[in-house]
Write a protein that binds this ligand. Structure first.
Ligand code: AHG
Ligand code: MN
Ligand code: MN
Length: 352
């Protein structure tokens, strides 16, 4: 019990043993005697970009950052002002970290090389041993309505002896060193996982300016009757996808009730809810988008890594393990079904 003062008001309980993301990363680094600290520094740079993007999103309406930038990106989407600002910020943070050799961004047609023979200045930084893929703002169509959006990131390590080339990022998700996302919602939530590790969630304390570990070792519920998909596309779905989703609207054998539907339209927000509550999120390939809509390198693979490490599954529209899909080009797309272990099993059973 806390101590009350003369006014009878209970003071806030102070927690002196807070695990900040900085502390978490240091402790992770200490577990690996061979670690140089470069990965930790790269993550520090990433967390700064998330804090900055969170700050601009919160102030967007006040400082005229809503609306379109008047340009479109390489996959033909209209760019919002915040797409452009977040992308520029992310690029500069990765460049100045000195740890990122090359960057793929949804908003950039080509790979940006910061070091090695392909870089603008031809310089090589011995510490730039990582390749990063990012979606600076995911769900940007939701921005002006104040609906949650996010940033997705995926980190690969350069091959031994490589100074940074396309092959260092055109790799399957099984090779990822780390991946995750930050959701900018009621608070900023950062979710990160490392190869073979657990999934940990942090909440940005705006007062402290620190991400605090609030969701250690996140595990997806094994099943949950919630589905998340843009049903406006059902006209274009193939019969297996149609019958799967139709089956969810029927009385289920265990409780006689149909599934609930939840769709925000920002993958990060739909994924975060699915991670916490369980269920299924899908953006299937269809006759309108035969290769799917979501991008492999900076949407599907990093989310698949998070979901698998939290005990769930992620597959493409051919029911192949998402993490094993190898993109040919940096902006390649895929259909995706991801969520609770049993829910993805059910999707697979409709595709046999
Ligand atoms: P982005 O804003 O990075 O282009 O991504 C939007 C994606 C993803 O966030 C979401 O799941 C999906 O597009 C929504 O698409 P629909 O509007 O077609 O449902
Ligand atoms: Mn996106
Ligand atoms: Mn985006």
């Amino acid at each position: 019990m806390g101590v009350t003062d003369d006014s009878g008001v209970m003071p806030e309980q102070i927690n002196y043993n807070i695990v900040t993301l900085t502390r978490f990363l240091t402790e992770e680094q200490n577990k690996h005697s061979e670690a140089t600290g470069d990965f930790t520094l790269l993550c520090h740079a990433l967390q700064f970009s998330f804090k900055s993007i969170a700050y601009y999103i919160r102030r967007a309406t006040l400082i005229n950052l809503t609306g379109l930038a008047g340009s479109s990106n390489t996959t033909g989407d209209d760019q919002k002002k915040l797409d452009v600002i977040s992308n520029d910020l992310f690029i500069e943070v990765m460049r100045s970290s000195g740890r990122c050799s090359l960057l793929v961004s949804e908003e950039e047609e080509n790979i940006i090389f910061f070091s090695g023979a392909n870089s603008a200045d031809g310089k090589s930084s011995e510490h730039a041993r990582y390749a990063v893929a990012c979606d600076p703002i995911d769900g940007s169509s939701n921005l002006d309505a104040g609906v949650s959006v996010g940033t997705i990131f995926a980190i690969h390590k350069l091959a031994e002896g490589s100074t940074g080339e396309a092959a260092d990022i055109l790799k399957p998700g099984t090779e990822l060193v780390a991946a995750g996302f930050t959701m900018y919602g009621a608070s900023a939530q950062l979710v990160i996982t490392m190869k073979g590790g657990s999934v940990n969630g942090f909440t940005l304390d705006n007062g402290l300016g620190e991400f605090i570990l609030t969701h250690p070792d996140m595990r997806l519920p094994k099943k949950r009757a919630i589905y998340s998909v843009n049903e406006g596309n059902s006209l274009y779905w193939d019969d297996r996808v149609k019958s799967y989703f139709n089956s969810l609207k029927e009385a289920q054998p265990d409780n006689g009730k149909p599934y609930s539907s939840r769709y925000i339209g920002s993958m990060v927000a739909d994924a975060y809810r699915t991670l916490l509550y369980g269920g299924i999120f899908a953006y299937p390939a269809d006759s309108k988008s035969p290769k799917g809509k979501l991008r492999i390198l900076y949407e599907c693979a990093p989310m698949a890594m998070v979901f698998e490490n939290a005990g769930g599954q992620a597959v493409n529209s051919k029911m192949e393990r998402m993490l094993e899909v190898v993109p040919e080009h940096i902006h390649d797309k895929s259909g995706i079904f991801m969520g609770s272990y049993d829910e993805v099993e059910k999707v697979k059973s409709f595709h046999k």
